[in-house]
Design a binder for this molecule. Structure first.
Ligand code: SF4
Length: 278
């Protein structure tokens, strides 16, 4: 039907435009200014990938964005984690040295990661280290060599230790949350972490470091018993059984996002200040 007047025409256009905008919202089309301004979307799950740069690339344009929408989320308050030795078996509790612990682990088949591994990657370094780095899981190079952090990400960690901190790899201790390589380098699963975590707990109990650097989401979340993404945990001191914990980004993430090396350098400088008692 033809509109009778300019007023009718205007009403019809307004109705159509309103319906169109409603249908867009209901169909979940991304990028509506209102959704961005309210902070909706999948920013929470993206945080899992340590990605402050990803968050910034998804910012709404400045004209439609309130100042708070483009600010990074503040870090979480310090976490004090006390879990651990309660679930150690009597055999593990009796262990007195790292050598005894390795012997106790034996040809471990406590989780399904045993099926695809070449060998168990126990850990390496100074058994009385003041500083321990904890990563996620062995990759292909580590699985073949039997030593943690020896691939490309490991080379970057070695540079952080030797060039950035002026230490030797032998001065620190390096271990992972799970000791066997997950197939295709997938993330460790909760049952695998639960099966292997007592070994890490015992390692840390025996070494008694002053500082733990948790490399990436899995290490930080396992030690601190928290589900917060590493992007919000990093840069803040937390505590694990009285040991200071500095979560930072995983070297493998830095290989893909070299611009975030500056964030790790900030965290490492905080670790150096703490080590030097400054
Ligand atoms: S990942 Fe840990 S618990 Fe699982 S088989 Fe390897 S050593 Fe055992």
């Amino acid at each position: 039907m033809e509109p009778n007047s300019p007023h009718d025409l205007l009403l019809q256009i307004t109705d159509s435009l309103g319906w169109y905008l409603e249908s867009l919202k209901e169909s979940g089309v991304a990028g509506l200014p209102r959704a961005e301004m309210m902070g909706h979307g999948d920013a929470g799950t993206r945080g899992q990938s340590d990605s402050s740069s990803t968050a910034s690339s998804r910012r709404p344009v400045a004209a439609s964005s309130p100042p708070s929408a483009s600010r990074p989320q503040p870090p979480v308050p310090p976490v004090v984690s006390q879990t651990g030795d309660l679930f150690l078996s009597p055999a593990l509790q009796a262990v007195q040295t790292l050598e005894e612990l390795r012997a106790e682990i034996g040809d471990c088949r406590r989780c399904k990661l045993c099926q695809g591994r070449t060998q168990i990657v126990f850990g390496t370094g100074n058994p009385r280290a003041e500083l321990v780095f904890v990563g996620e899981a062995p990759g292909r190079d580590e699985d073949l060599k039997g030593e943690p952090f020896v691939g490309r990400a490991g080379q970057l960690l070695t540079e952080i230790i030797t060039k950035g901190m002026k230490l030797r790899r032998e001065d620190v201790y390096i271990a992972n949350v799970v000791k066997c390589r997950p197939p295709e380098n997938r993330n460790p699963e909760p049952d695998e972490i639960a099966a292997c975590e007592p070994f890490l707990v015992k390692q840390l109990e025996l070494i008694k470091p002053r500082i733990i650097v948790a490399l990436g989401t899995f290490a930080a979340q396992t030690l601190l018993k928290i589900k917060t993404p590493i992007s919000r945990l990093r840069g803040v001191w937390h505590t694990y059984h009285g040991i200071k914990v500095m979560p930072t980004l995983h070297p493998a993430y830095l290989l893909r996002n070299p611009n975030d090396k500056r964030l790790v350098w900030q965290d490492i400088q905080a670790v150096l200040r703490e080590l030097e008692g400054r």
